[in-house]
Structures are given as structure tokens and as C-alpha cells.
Design a protein around this ligand. Sequence first.
Ligand code: COA
Length: 324
Amino acid sequence: MTLRSQIVGVGSYLPARIVTNQELEKSVDTTDAWIVERSGIRQRYIAAEGETTSDLAYEAAKEALANAGLTGADLDLIIVGTATPDHTFPATAARVQARLGMTKGFAFDLQAVCSGFIYALATADNFIKSGQVKTALVIGAETFSRILDWQDRGTCVLFGDGAGAVVLKAGEGQGTSADRGILSSHLHSDGRHYDLLYVDGGPSSTKTTGCVRMKGNEVFRHAVVNMAEVVGEALAANGLQASDIDWVVPHQANIRILEGTARKLGLPKERMVVTVDRHANTSAASIPLALAEAVKDGRIKQGQLLLLEAMGGGFTWGSCLVRF
Ligand code: COA
């Protein structure tokens, strides 16, 4: 028997306020046509004044737990993937833990920017596979609107706020790719590219929060190559072909990156879950938001093979192959 981390619940939350490209045209030198053509983004959700990352995370977590038929008291572990915590410390996960009424186990944040959900899922999977944890809640939650320079048209049009969550439960499998659960995870980072995508503030460098700075076209080039590589790596590790994948649930940064990855793999783009047009780039939240949407609308069904993949600042990148 092989221990497997099975996804038994999904949830998501988007703030109420939608900001369209047309609205941004009024405050920054850009056009709807440029944003749609270069990124595929048409709108984004922005958290209300006073609405924090832990608020978004809590709402997504509540829905995921209800979907799993569990409560906070059933959890052994919470990991929140976020680059926009409520405070420098304690972890945003601690706030979520308290609000969910979870008093045992442990909760922490994980920082891998846009790869945060993949890193968090892989980390929770390893806690489950080692036998240390039986039930885990993995959340990706961000309020990127708080770290954007709203005068920098190269970044402010690209990001949005939101949260998504999954509940993992230890189950048993035969050790084959037919098992339900996380079949493999592959994580990578390369710190030489730190300066291509970063926030120009932080407690130990400037004592300020700072804003996102990005060399967009250089990030783009790396993203297409890294995404195709991690997908190939996941398939090879499991003895599978691209044609075995039912759904790719990618990090949503740019429609051109998603389509480029699909082309490189020879995968029809209809098998990618796409939310970037409506959510924009929600960093660590984008994959669980997309996953929850496709599960709720019935596209993703139990037993299907899902490939989750992301790339973010650091650079960090990685994948999780999941039999849902
Ligand atoms: N509106 C209008 N023009 C804009 C603009 C905007 N919002 N933002 C940039 N431009 C301009 C630039 O100033 C530049 O003008 P110039 O040629 O006069 O200098 C021109 O558009 C092209 O800029 P460039 O950055 O080369 O465009 P691009 O085709 O690479 O598209 C991104 C820009 C950011 C959409 C694209 O590079 C991208 O998505 N990169 C990856 C981002 C990413 O994935 N980040 C997160 C990783 S997790």
C-alpha cells in the first residue's frame, strides 16, 4: 500500500469589486486593446478597503471544508501560500487557524510567490506521506493590489486579488498512476533571476512594504520554457504521455504563456482551465481558484488526471500531477 494525499474538497473566494480594463484606462496610460492582446486579461477582482489576505483565505477555506464535509477541528495542518501576508508576522495561516476553530496541529505560511500553491501542496503531500499529518488544508491567498504601483502600467494591469483552497486527506493506493491523490510533485528554483521579478520593499531591506517590479518580457521567455519543462518532467516521472492528461490547471499569468505551453506539449488548448481573462494574475491563488471553478462547473470529474503547474518570482517553478 502507498500513502496518497487525496483532494477531498475545494473552495474559492473572490472579492466583490471588479475592476475592468476600461476603468484602468482612466488612471494609467494603457488601453483595453493592449491589455487583452498582450495578456488576455479583461478584468480583475480587488479586495475592499480593510479586507485582508486572511479574510479571503478564510472564505475559501470555509467553502473547501464544507465541500469536504469537514470542520476546522478535523485539520492537522494548514499551509497558506502567500506573498501578501496580513502582517510581517505572525503567519496569515495562524489567523485562518483561529477563525476555523482548529486548536491542534500546526499552521504556517509558505512564500514562493506565484508558485506558492504548488510549493504548499507539495509540502502538505510530504507531511501526509511521512505519516505526520492525516488531514491538511492548503490555501493560496493574495491581495496583490496592495503591493502594486498603480502608476506602473507594466505591472498594475496584470494582477488581481483572490483565494482558493483544497482539503487533502490521507488515503491508500497501489503505487500506480491509477491511484487517487497527488502522484508526484516537482519543485525548482533559480535565485539568479531574483531581480527580474521582485518587490522593492521588505522589513530587512527598506522597512517598507514596497511594490512589484518586473522585467515582463524576460520573465515571459523563462516562463514558457520552464512550464513546458516541468510538464515533461512530471509525465516522464509517471510514465505518462501528454495525451493522458485530462486537464492542465496552470498558474494564470498570461494567456500567451498558457497557449505557448499547450503548443509546446502538443496539448489542445481546450484542455487548459483558463481564468486569467476574468481573475488576472492572482499569484498563489490562481491555481486553486481555477481548480475550484472547473470542479464546481463540472468540467473536472473524480478520477481524471490533472496537471497543476506554476512559475513565479525567485524564480520558483514546479508541478503537481494529481488523480482527482
Ligand atoms: N499598456 C500599454 N502599453 C504598455 C503597457 C500597458 N499596460 N505595459 C507596457 N507597455 C508598453 C511598453 O512600455 C513597451 O513600449 P515600448 O516598446 O515603447 O518600450 C511595449 O508596451 C512592449 O512592452 P513589453 O514589456 O515588451 O511587452 P510584452 O509583449 O512582453 O508584454 C507583459 C508585457 C508584461 C504582458 C508580458 O511580458 C508578460 O506577461 N510577461 C510575463 C509576466 C508574468 O508572467 N509575470 C508573473 C510571473 S508569475
